[in-house]
Design a protein around this ligand. Structure first.
Ligand code: WQD
Length: 349
């Protein structure tokens, strides 16, 4: 696949899950690049207010359909009403811990939902797709830094397994039907928010992930952070991850969208290649925000790997993409979003 843009024309892109955290930032990136966006979201994780905020940021309208990828008739309606050129597919469940408790929900929404979407695309003769995958598919035994040439490994949760299954579905589809052009993006740890402070991460319930939890401690919604283990074989004993700015991640999707000019299936890591520990994250946030983050050391969280990060060189070479926003910007943008929206998108307390 060459890195050439598919087109300089305006594309109409259906973004499933476009009212969610990464989805909403990708909608902004696609609109900013001049494309037209249609969003499908069932609002189980996302927020309708995020669509309003996107329209304020971009001064463009977004066509919004509220619904699920599991509704085949609704999908057919969207494809018949909108002349879709390509799809960016985020819609899905993403909480690792929940997936262990509710595996059927995860396989139904993440795997069956994606197969349903692909079938609707086939019926509408739309065969360009960017898929939202995760570094978790490399599994527990993968060599660090993770490279796309490594095989998928043994995942530690139904969430990770569902992502690995969808990747396999997409590979097989591209092999069976050469009309398909599919780019599979494996995310590392997206954090941060759009610089306007108008959109950001607003998880329903208690945050599973580190960054939103720190941000909620900073605005007084949580008393302290629990650090899940400080006895790992890492420099300061806490886990290390490859955190990237969500707008860098979003721009990676727009680059991928504009390069769906080949036939087949291609995978790219979207990460910085730079690991950061939990303690370093706390210190970086405190430095950027000026807010002290109290924390306690708690037992390790089952399933956590000590450390992993990306080799992002393939995306640089073939998508002409690199993550260029640094850790301080990630923290400043997180803090601007959270301090301007202490209760996220809900205006009530
Ligand atoms: C990062 C580090 C925790 C919370 C997961 C999914 C991945 C993707 C991103 C969906 C770990 C520590 C966390 C807390 C803590 N999800 N931590 N206290 O686990 O690397 O990745 O989210 O796409 O697929 O696996 O991210 O932010 O949950 O944890 O100490 O309250 O922070 O132990 O070391 P993770 P995370």
């Amino acid at each position: 696949m060459n890195g050439a843009r598919m087109t300089d024309q305006q594309l109409t892109v259906l973004i499933t899950g476009g009212a969610g955290y990464i989805g909403s930032h990708t909608v902004v990136s696609c609109l900013t690049a001049g494309h037209r966006v249609v969003v499908l979201d069932d609002l189980s994780n996302g927020h309708s207010e995020a669509i309003n905020r996107i329209e304020r940021i971009c001064e463009r309208t977004v066509t919004f359909y509220r619904g699920s990828c599991l509704d085949a008739e609704y999908l057919d309606q969207i494809f018949s009403e909108q002349s879709i050129d390509a799809v960016i597919h985020f819609a899905g469940l993403k909480a690792v811990g929940d997936s262990v408790r509710l595996p059927l929900d995860y396989y139904r929404v993440n795997v069956a939902g994606t197969v349903n979407l692909l079938s609707a695309m086939q019926r509408a003769d739309v065969n360009r797709l960017v898929f939202s995958s995760s570094a978790t598919v490399y599994g527990v035994e993968a060599e660090i830094p993770y490279r796309e040439t490594q095989p998928r490994g043994s995942t530690t949760s139904p969430y990770g397994a569902s992502k690995a299954m969808v990747e396999r579905v997409l590979e097989d589809l591209a092999l069976a039907d050469p009309q398909w052009s599919i780019i599979n993006l494996r995310y590392f740890n997206p954090i941060g928010a759009h610089s306007s402070g108008l959109i950001g991460e607003d998880p329903h319930g208690v945050p599973n992930n580190l960054m939103p939890f720190i941000a909620q401690v900073a605005v007084g919604r949580r008393p302290y952070l629990s650090v899940y283990g400080d006895d790992y074989a890492t420099p300061d004993g806490t886990c290390r991850r490859d955190y990237l700015h969500v707008m860098d991640l979003a721009e990676g999707h727009t680059k991928a969208l504009e390069r769906l000019n080949f036939r087949g299936f291609e995978t790219f890591n979207l990460g910085t290649g730079v690991p950061v520990s939990v303690i370093e994250m706390i210190r970086a946030f405190e430095h950027a925000s000026g807010v002290h983050i109290p924390y306690e050391i708690a037992p390790r969280r089952p399933g956590d790997l000590p450390e992993f990060w990306a080799d992002p060189s393939r995306a640089k070479a073939q998508l002409n993409w690199t993550a260029h926003r640094g850790l301080e910007t990630m923290m400043l943008d997180t803090w601007r979003w959270q301090s301007q929206n202490p209760n996220g998108y809900s205006s009530e307390g």
